[in-house]
Design a protein. Structure first.
Length: 533
């Protein structure tokens, strides 16, 4: 519900702070006092157009703030400011967009005003109205359809994951299998490219390498022979002079190093000769690597990564193809389940639509339209998330007129009464706040009393805000908000007891201080209280 509303510099209203209360809330006041401005403030809070003409004469900016309380106790504070050429929105103290406010209003507030496109112009809302009124067996069928549709959608998603028809998948499986096997059969591992590069360099310079390694080996062997002789002489000298032992040890170490170096040179020399013998095999291996890199990646790592991905895709495709036949069978079953449930749901909606249309017509007749036409047309359509049908609402205020879409043919007063009648005929709405702007246009006398009764009935499980000129409607209100104007000053207040009697007397006879008017007002309030008890 709208728990609190603060308005600053909106039209002729300088400032108003209002806590409207739950149930039916009536807004009354003289023409031009600013009643509709309060609903305009609510419209701003749910993302309505921020027009510069809304700005009043008391400053450069209009500010509207409202606190909404959901049924679970959650509080939401929305704020909207309007200045020349711009507007700002806030949700719970944080900057927001007008779209965010509009999203808040969707499903929370329903505004019904003259010359305003109404929510029941949307087929989805009309269908929701019918679905809320389905009998238990109809709601069961609705649940079956939704489950069947969700199942069918999930299976279609699985089919889409296949990436095409069965033949296309089999072709892809053959391709990725060939790619993975080609790379795997080559037997390359990380580092092989570097080893092949080394081998290739050796091949290109094998003759020169062999010659230089041979000369180096001969020189080291010669040096080792001479160092061996020197080492022998130093060891003999150290036996005579212990102070020479360090020199003898250094010579021994040098001899060992030269021996190891000679061994390594021999291995390197033989390695060059071995590579030279495998030149053809090395070139073939390099060509094989080059071919794979041309197909699958710039580096050996890229090639190996490609092989890993191809293996994963092969496993995925094999699994999908294994279940493809079962998937097609499941799809056929799910499609039939959607068709069966959708057909039964269409019948249930047809029956419920007729019942709602009949009840709403009766309500409209009680509200002053003697021969209205209401048609809730339910026609077959392709299956979708909401069923296998389309729904639209057609209306005519008189049986001599051709019924048409609500947004085109209903006047403001007719629209408001139609909404009220459909709400009463269709059962509980999911919208917790309903706001009617001058629902009583063209209504009076007995019809006005009936209008008050019906609004009170509608407000039993939601907050209903109603701008009205009718005392018969205001008498049924749980809370009465009066907007009074004295010169340029506008006062907005919740009135009770004596002040409420005065306001109802003014609405009845134009004389707030009339004892007879007050007596009639008291009688109205008492009657409304008895009927609501």
């Amino acid at each position: 519900m709208l728990d609190e509303l603060i308005v600053e510099n909106l039209g002729i209203i300088e400032r108003a702070h209002l806590r409207p209360g739950s149930g039916l809330v009536a807004f009354t006041g003289e023409t031009g006092a600013g009643k509709t401005m309060l609903l305009g403030a609510l419209r701003l809070l749910i993302g309505g157009a921020a027009r510069s003409e809304l700005i009043g004469p008391y400053g450069d900016e209009t500010r509207v703030e409202g606190r909404f309380v959901r049924s679970d106790g959650e509080e939401i504070v929305a704020t909207r400011t309007v200045a020349a050429g711009r507007s700002r929105a806030y949700l719970n103290g944080r900057l927001a967009t007008a779209g965010a406010l509009e999203e808040l209003g969707t499903g929370l507030v329903e505004m019904v005003a003259q010359h305003e496109k109404y929510i029941l112009s949307r087929p989805g809302e009309v269908k929701a109205l019918i679905d809320r009124a389905l009998p238990p067996e109809g709601r069961e069928v609705l649940g079956e359809y939704r489950l069947a549709w969700d199942t069918l959608t999930a299976l279609r998603t699985d089919r889409d994951r296949l990436g095409g028809d069965r033949r296309a998948l089999e072709r892809e499986l053959d391709l990725v299998g060939y790619q993975a096997d080609e790379i795997g059969a080559a037997g390359f591992a990380i580092g092989d490219d570097e080893q092949l590069a080394i081998a290739a360099s050796r091949l290109r310079h094998a003759e020169e390498l062999a010659a230089r390694l041979g000369e180096a080996r001969a020189a080291i062997e010669s040096a080792a022979d001479q160092t061996g002789g020197a080492t022998s002489q130093l060891n003999k000298a150290a036996d005579l002079d212990l102070g020479l032992r360090d020199l003898a040890q250094q010579a021994t170490s040098a001899l060992l190093i030269l021996g190891e170096l000679g061994t390594d040179l021999r291995v390197a020399f033989e390695s060059v000769n071995t590579v030279s013998g495998k030149a053809e095999a090395t070139e073939q291996r390099l060509a094989q690597l080059g071919d794979l890199r041309r197909k699958y990646g710039d580096t050996l790592q890229d090639v190996l990564d490609f092989a890993e991905g191809a293996n994963r895709r092969r496993d995925e495709l094999a699994g999908l193809l294994a279940g493809a036949e079962q998937l097609e069978a499941d799809l056929a079953v799910a499609d039939q389940a959607v068709t069966d449930a959708g057909s039964r749901l269409l019948v249930a909606r047809l029956e419920t639509a007729k019942r709602i249309a009949g009840a709403a017509t009766a309500h409209l007749q009680e509200l002053g339209l003697p021969n209205p036409i209401i048609r809730l047309e339910v026609e077959p359509a392709e299956p979708g998330p909401a069923g296998m049908d389309t729904v639209r609402l057609l209306f005519a205020s008189d049986e001599r007129l051709d019924p048409g879409p609500v947004g085109r043919v209903a006047s403001g007063g007719e629209l408001s009464r139609l909404v009220l009648s459909l709400r009463l005929a269709g059962g509980t709405s999911t919208t917790p706040i309903l706001a009617f702007d001058e629902i009583d246009a063209g209504v009076g006398g007995k019809t006005a009393l009936e209008l008050g009764r019906k609004l009170a009935s509608l407000a039993r499980d939601r907050q209903v805000l109603c701008v009205t000129h009718l005392p018969q409607v205001a008498a049924f209100a749980d809370h009465h908000v009066m907007i009074s104007r004295s010169g340029t000053t506008v006062v907005v207040s919740v009135v009770e007891q004596e002040h409420r009697l005065e306001e109802l007397a003014r609405m009845l006879a134009g004389l707030p201080d009339s004892e007879q008017g007050r007596s009639h007002a008291q009688e109205l309030i008492a009657m409304a209280g008895r009927e609501r008890a």
